[in-house]
Design a protein around this ligand. Sequence first.
Ligand code: FE2
Ligand code: FE2
Length: 270
Amino acid sequence: MIIAFIGDIVGRPGRKIVKQHLNSIRDEFNIDFVIANSENASHGFGLTMKNSKELFNSGIDLMTGGNHTWDKKDILALLEIEPILRPHNYPSGVHGTGVFKTEINGEKLAILNLMGVYTMPMVTNPFICAKDEVVKLREDGYKNIFIDFHAEATSEKRGLQQMLKGQVSAICGTHTHIGTDDLSIQDDTLYVTDVGLTGCRDNVIGMESTAPIKKFLTGLPAKYDIPNSCKSILQLIVIELNDGKAVDGFKIKVYDEGKPQVVQKAFREN
Ligand SMILES: [Fe+2]
Ligand SMILES: [Fe+2]
């Protein structure tokens, strides 16, 4: 089975470049299932009903979230009716779930969405949550397990990788919006600290630069906005899975109207 993961899709420019390129990338690389983090898909903050439809129609099968999941009120209904996850380590009783189970060509696949702790809302311990959930999934016969770990701290992401390598198929980081170059496979688990955003690339993490610069210069709050026009990027990780193991992985980037380029192959650590 071949799955793909797109990191944080930011605003209309992010949705637009996904719409332009994703279906042809799916065909070219024989991708069976596409996961994407949509916490910033609607004007940078949250996800609306309309934009979720647009993204599902663009070739995405399942969406994950993070600290911005709750920014648009539509999410409460969306979590009930659509294949959309929020981090699993929110306390029990919170809307939605962070686990999705499916079957692709007769093979079971589970997706787990988690959120880190450093600079994040108060959630339960993601490491204990991950450990418990992976045990449950494996007992239920799910060997193909993909994790979106939405976290600020690189140390938390590396910690999860070291704790779960060999037990899950892939751990891909999101939230920082800046892609890292450490795509690797260790003990059959694919890992990257952050996939990087899909959206505007010539500003501050997908947002128009004026407000963040003002905030950094003064310490005062500023209203962040998506640029009206920008240079855009689509970034995704493609992962080939076999019996729960990541056997191959690579990163694809598309700049603006250009062609998809394989920019990095996962380095095999052993
Ligand atoms: Fe984000
Ligand atoms: Fe985030």
